[in-house]
Design a protein around this ligand. Sequence first.
Ligand code: G3I
Length: 421
Amino acid sequence: MIKLASSFAAIAALLPLVSAQQSVWGQCGGNGWTGPTTCVAGTVCQYSNPWYSQCLPSSSATGPVTSSPPPSSTVSSSSSVGGGGGGGGGATPTISGGLPGATGTQKLNTVAKSAGKTYFGTATDNSELSDSAYIAILNDGTMFGQITPANSMKWDATEPSRGSFTFTQGDQIANLAKSNGQLLRGHNCVWYNQLPSWVSSGGFNAATLSSIVTTHCSTVVGHYKGQTYAWDVINEPFNDDGTWRTDVFYNTLNTSYVPLALNAARTADPATKLYINDYNVEYAGAKSTALQNLVKSLKSAGTPLDGVGLQYHMISGSMPGGLASNIQAFTSLGVEVAITELDIRMTLPPTAAKYAQQKTDYQTVISACKSVTGCIGITIWDWTDKYSWVPSTFSGQGAACPWDATYLKKPAFDGIVAGLG
Ligand code: G3I
């Protein structure tokens, strides 16, 4: 024991121990890790994978907690995993399937902010949050500064029967964002899909459906008042040829449901940014033009609208040209743009050549956003292939995310970093 009255030198000897405690979100273990293995007060060192343990707030930690170096693994010890550490690249690691992985160890939100963007984020879903290795990476606010619930704020989840609202699942995501210090994107108010049949087949007249839309958007956006950065108020209103999608909203209300929902959202939360979000509007064409015309008409009518979400569900090797000028076409109308649902799929199985192409494609998209000031942030539609929506929707397609299904970073990760550089 050291007596309190002992010399300055003895006290000074304690300082390295104090400063050796890792701060929240920092690395605290992993193969080859020589830094601190204990965390500051209020945080715990949580094992994520053999190469990475991280200091998490005690409130958000799940699963095994350790300050000891993690066990060895069957995967190559040169692999680059999960959150990674600081610094640049290294030798090319091998990941699942014996394929080359990423070399970068940067944190994407940190890199995005350095590039002048507001955030780099990811979609997530409630069913994924019981996966402790997944959540350890998701919770890293330096990697993901923003999250979007993939399903739990949609109409079928929040108002499954008329006037009966449920927010348990949505709140889980909102609370996660809050505890991680991440921005939250609300997704979505009005969409033809994942719409309960009481709405789509209710046979309501225009006055009643107007009231239903207003109530839904007011209640859902109002419930999350002060908690969201932005809301996808209107989702996917157009067909690919630029005509209006003939869903129950358009068929009953014509285009009036758009300002109706936007005004309801603005009243419910004056601070959140109101977006229209769609796919196949990432490049010039009839659908992008239709969306630009809608933005113009809403702006000239004084309807509240802050942004346009370009989803970016893309196909590797088929990247259209003119991405930056298309983004610019929207920002020049006085709205911000966000890349809201980025993934780049390929025909399975992946190969080294396909991963290399995907890396190039990710870089192309990200650098387009980087080059336009009004493109404020990027969200990937989940970060790991384990939970991607693609394989269940496009038979034989997948591997669309920057991390593989075992949470190892693919070359696409390096493409993102390069695009932000
Ligand atoms: O919750 C049920 C579960 O109870 C049931 O056992 C299971 C059986 O299939 O289905 C579950 O629902 C699924 C839901 O995701 C939650 O996992 C639906 O079948 C499935 O269709 C649904 O897919 C979602 C899809 O939107 C629906 O269109 C994806 O997770 C979600 O990532 C995807 O996201 C959309 C954006 O909202 C809008 N832009 C396109 C994007 C990709 O499709």
